[in-house]
Design a protein around this ligand. Structure first.
Ligand code: SAM
Length: 286
């Protein structure tokens, strides 16, 4: 997988922090994974915003709290959120070209519009990418209204065709179960479940315990004999193997290709990489 992302760089990392550039803005944030040394002390002076948990941002420019950036060709509104997030997990830009190729394949087979399901879809990087490419109907599902509103803004920055996206504020599992009952299926499913989800005041789950249900539901709503799944996770390595084995059982080892690969962000000027979970790609063999 090409590790270069247009508009994003991991400039340096180490001593429990990472220094990243998103568009024109350089951000210095904590990173529990960075258990090595910084390579370039001077470059850290270029940070426009420095985050200290639990909720403090120091910015060079007084009134600066949000900005527009083009990441992997997708226009996004980014924001210094009080929890240290910015509205993008850059590793998801790594496999956008694969999603683009899958869209092309479906189009060349005459599937129009291509039916895309984006689950736990956050601020809509993949939704905006797909919507921009035309001839799609993206169903974007997220439990948080705030994330959906942000994603709507991001889609508007990329296309005026707002009818290419259907917005669903709901629990992704409940939504898939409903779609399965109605026999609604999708050509491409993009899914990035969190390690922990609080679905309501009284209900929560960990990805470890929900992986079998999630994988079975995804396969219930995947177009038979043609669908493609991009499943990412940041949990223990076992999640990917559990997901793979359940999928192999469902397809009796035949007719399906499943690849598991690490997602990692390469530093701009070194050979070092920042681990960022894993990607499982499932596609039918034709
Ligand atoms: C992109 S995922 C998390 C990404 C990252 N892989 C992690 O492990 O933290 C976060 C998104 O999932 C949404 N989310 C959490 N639980 C959900 C659920 N049960 N159904 C739908 N969306 C959910 C959140 O609102 C948020 O926008």
């Amino acid at each position: 997988m090409n590790s270069q992302i247009e508009g994003y760089s991991l400039l340096d990392s180490g001593d429990g922090r990472k220094l990243e550039r998103f568009g024109d803005v350089v951000v210095d944030r904590p990173s529990s994974l960075s258990a090595w040394r910084r390579r370039n002390d001077a470059i850290w002076e270029s940070a426009d915003a420095v985050y200290s948990p639990p909720d403090r941002w120091e910015t060079e420019r007084a009134s600066f709290s949000s900005w527009k950036a083009s990441v992997a060709g997708v226009e996004l509104e980014l924001e210094l959120m009080s929890n240290g997030q910015l509205g993008i997990f850059p590793e998801h830009a790594l496999y956008l070209p694969r999603i683009g190729s899958a869209l092309e394949q479906f189009r060349s087979r005459g599937s129009k519009p291509v039916r895309v399901l984006n689950l736990f879809a956050y601020t809509g990087l993949a939704t905006a990418f797909c919507a921009k490419h035309g001839d799609v109907l993206v169903t974007h599902v997220d439990l948080a209204k705030r994330a959906i509103d942000w994603a709507k803004q991001n889609v508007q920055l990329n296309t005026s065709a707002s009818d290419r996206v259907r917005w669903i504020v709901d629990d992704a599992l409940a939504f898939m179960a409903r779609e399965a009952r109605k026999s609604n299926v999708y050509d491409i499913i993009i899914i990035d479940p969190p390690s922990f989800s609080r679905v309501s005041k009284n209900a929560s789950w960990t990805l470890e315990e929900k992986t079998p249900d999630i994988v079975n539901l995804v396969l219930d709503v995947l177009a038979p004999e043609a669908g493609v799944v991009f499943f990412t996770n940041h949990s223990a390595a076992s999640t990917s193997d559990v997901a793979r084995n359940i999928a192999l059982d469902r397809f009796s080892d035949q007719g399906v290709q499943i690849a598991i690969e690490p997602l990692s962000l390469k530093e701009e000027r070194t050979e070092r990489t920042m681990p960022a979970g894993s990607l499982i790609t499932l596609s039918h063999t034709s």
